[in-house]
Design a protein. Sequence first.
Length: 240
Amino acid sequence: MTAAVPAPQHTWAYFFDIDGTLAEIADTPGGVRLDAELRGLIQRLYAATGGAVALISGRAIPDIDGLMEGVRLPAAGQHGTERRDAAGHITHHAVATAQLDRAHEQLAAAVVGRPGLLLEHKGLSLALHYRRAPQLGSYAHRLVQSVLPQLDGKYCVQAGKRIVELKPAGKDKGVAVVEFMAEEPFRGRTAVFVGDDLTDEYGFTTVNRLKGYSIKVGPGRTAARYRLRNVTAVRAWLAS
């Protein structure tokens, strides 16, 4: 892994994870904030690149927009299950919603009486957070795995930082990058993916294949070829 991350260039196409990358991870998803200075940095980068900046997150697109206080950037939500292109058109991956709703009911019943576990239905995916109860991590993973067989191979389990999710099979952050790169204003640019979690490894692998810049935020093994120490370092890199 190369130690020095190249300075940002206006000819690149940028893809950013949010939690743990642009903002510090909070105890709950609702506790995360993007301050005005950071939002300004992202908007200036968006202008400088002619719009070649996208946010790619496990969050749903309306949640992403809320963090940006209504600024509608290109975005892929729920790990690429939904995507808004540069023209503002939103596409959703077809999912078996009835099966997902049944799985949600079962998981909701199982977490009752387990303080610190937070179950989130994002519409196309489910997330079980254990940030407030890390000692229940193994239980959370076993619980989500237990409902997987009834989903007929249409969903898969995705682990993350004190979170375990059920998401549609065949969609991930790397797929979202490929979809964006086939469109204007991303087409023909050098792809850059910045992320911190296991879900971002799909983006790193894809960007490596595209001969772009994969940047891991924080410690840990990774396919990324560059590293920034923390969220503060990401901000400083953007400001450079």
